[in-house]
Design a protein around this ligand. Structure first.
Ligand code: SAM
Length: 261
């Protein structure tokens, strides 16, 4: 799936939202120590940079080298290119030895992974029993009645056929994603817990966000331009005055601890 994120890597880095501080505060409050975190499917480091402000060291991995090229360089973040499916030996070499990681995060990427293999590796590297896994996705943004109306029709009818079936897990707000972990302290379930990511966007930024979708890329490869002139015209009319708007991305977190697994 990483191939979907190669061609528009710069677009991705420029237009995708980062995440609210409340999200990271909530997650960090659930790990007893803050030494080492692993951000998987880091892309251009959207989550890694915030985690690096709380955890002493962060290993940030992605199966797309191109995505990593655009990631923000920070002294306590080590970026690693990894194969889509790692062997246990590669895991130990490129990520960390058994039982050494406080927190594994996966931002807008868990739906792409092979879950049985990935969870086996998460359970291997997390500290037991309190190591935590936190995975979240965000769904489509809400801007205004007029813009959302154009968007919703386009999302369902035009872009619908070009999404990978895994997108269904995002459309369901990660409610139905396999997540075999125990509730963290203070709560009695593993989520989804809801947060909101807010981004101020002008129309160009908004259209750029749509162009960063894997579905946009897939359509393009099939000779279909999803953002044709007519649709862009409709978005312009719906946008009204050429002023920035606040885009609210609803965000859904699954969080759990490894236990004695
Ligand atoms: C939608 S992007 C999310 C990027 C970033 N975490 C964010 O919050 O915006 C999904 C990322 O997962 C990566 N990816 C997909 N499958 C992967 C796999 N099996 N192992 C590692 N990374 C993978 C892609 O290359 C891409 O950078």
């Amino acid at each position: 799936m990483a191939k979907h994120f190669v061609k528009q890597a710069k677009q991705y880095a420029d237009t995708r939202p980062s995440y609210p501080p409340q999200l990271f505060q909530f997650i960090a409050s659930k790990t007893p120590s803050h030494h080492l975190a692993w951000d998987v499917g880091t892309g251009s480091g959207q989550a890694a940079k915030s985690i690096a402000a709380i955890y002493k060291n962060v290993i940030a991995t992605d199966a797309s080298e191109k995505q990593l090229e655009f990631a923000a360089k920070l002294p306590n973040v080590t970026y690693q290119h990894t194969p889509s499916t790692m062997s246990m030996t590669e895991l130990e070499q490129k990520v960390a030895p058994q039982g050494t990681i406080d927190l594994v995060t996966i931002a807008q990427a868990l739906h792409w992974f092979d879950h049985p293999t990935f969870y086996k590796q998460v359970k291997w590297v997390l500290k037991k029993p309190h190591g935590v896994i936190a995975a979240w996705c965000y769904n489509v943004p809400r801007l205004s009645y007029e813009v959302d109306k154009v968007f919703d029709k386009f999302y369902k009818n035009d872009s619908g056929p070009y999404w990978d079936p895994a997108r269904k897990l995002v459309d369901d707000n990660y409610r139905n994603i396999d997540f075999p972990f125990q509730p963290v302290d203070g709560v009695d379930h593993t989520g989804p817990f809801e947060f909101v990511s807010e981004v101020v966007m002008d129309l160009e930024h908004y259209l750029g966000y749509i162009r960063s979708w894997s579905a946009y890329q897939t359509a393009k490869e099939k000779g279909v331009e999803l953002l044709g002139e007519e649709l862009v015209g409709k978005f312009k009319v719906a946008w009204g005055e050429n002023e920035p708007k606040v885009a609210k991305f609803p965000l859904y977190l699954r969080i759990g601890r490894v236990g004695d697994a």
